[in-house]
Design a protein around this ligand. Sequence first.
Ligand SMILES: *Cc1c(COP(=O)(O)O)cnc(C)c1O
Length: 425
Amino acid sequence: MRFTVSPETLLQSQSESSASTAPYSPEDFDRVVMSTYGRFPLSLERGQGCRVWDTDENEYLDFVAGIATCTLGHAHPVMVEAVNQQIRKLHHVSNLYYISEQGRLAEWLTQHSCADRAFFCNSGAEANEGAIKLARKYGHTVLGIENPVVLTANASFHGRTLATITATGQPKYQKNFNPLVPGFHYVPYNDIAALEEAIADLDQDTRQVAAILLEPLQGEGGVRPGDRAYFQRVREICTEKGILLMLDEVQVGMGRSGQFWGHEVLGIEPDVFTSAKGLGGGIPIGAMLCKSSCDVFQPGDHASTFGGNPLACGVALAVCETLEREHLLDNVRQRGEQLRAGLRAIAQDYPQYIEEVRGWGLINGLALKSDAGMSSIDVVKAAMAEGLLMVPAGPQVVRYVPPLIVSEVEIDQAIAITRRTIAAL
Ligand SMILES: *Cc1c(COP(=O)(O)O)cnc(C)c1O
């Protein structure tokens, strides 16, 4: 049986559905959507480049980018084209079959990193779950550990599933969700003595360390860059002990650091790393990548229905190729320096409020003093009223994560709005 839709029916259904795309009131929204987020009273309707418009046609400079996700900004022609082409051709098939787009994306990622293989999923948490499963199987089958432990850092963030909130070294994400998943242990970030001590302590036990999972730069934990000397020593320790070094590149990877991957800034190669946020430029996709030497997964060990489907992979590949073709890493480094210089000048003029400015490339934080009398959310709200969207990274840090295509003029505008906002508070 063939289904045909006449052009008239199509037009009619389009005009009918336009009524249902009218702004949806916050009251109605809160009645039918679970209240898992503390939302701002803002509803965005469309975007173009680094700008977005709300339902009242107010314009904002978007330095949130879906939280470090919209790599190419909004409505980028490459993404529009990639989505269009792929949805017309083939958007989803099962991983029971070979998927060309997935193969090509894996090829690009492995050619542009130290990894040899990729597993695709749909989010950062899921990518980290995959890495944790890989570490456990590696612990059992290669290292002969009965109770493998994954070491993670205090103030880290690895996602919202049960295993990843357990991996996350912040009690606020774990409260009321116990029993947590066993097999994790926490160490202070950037502290090599504490790490060596924890490994030695656990070695006395049957709970031995199979892997260390760290962010190259802690994003949610307050935009805290990893220390080069620390990470180089962690790499040595992992190599000496045969432990897997796994890096969570979900926020800092995909060019945001000014290199393709955060571990390039640190001058090390991990055994496993994860990517998500910026990978699809806003189309949901996650990936776990590893060296072939630690790929212990066999058919049946891990899977995802949507993971690596033609639509997500086709778009992600277009995003990756655009990063390279348009030399966006140069832009990330230059705009990042421009932004930090501008924010540091503000910090110098308002030392009573601002502790420091820190970050890499286009992931930067304005850290407020604990006695500044204002929190990150106060600054974010005030800047929003001035037409600049930013996102807190904890109670004291305002985070700047614009699209990687952001221009010199847009950075200057963001600096000017930040200055006005701080001056007025
Ligand atoms: C956002 C984030 C995650 C979780 O990603 P989701 O796609 O929300 O599951 C994990 N790790 C880091 C470092 C992140 O920034």
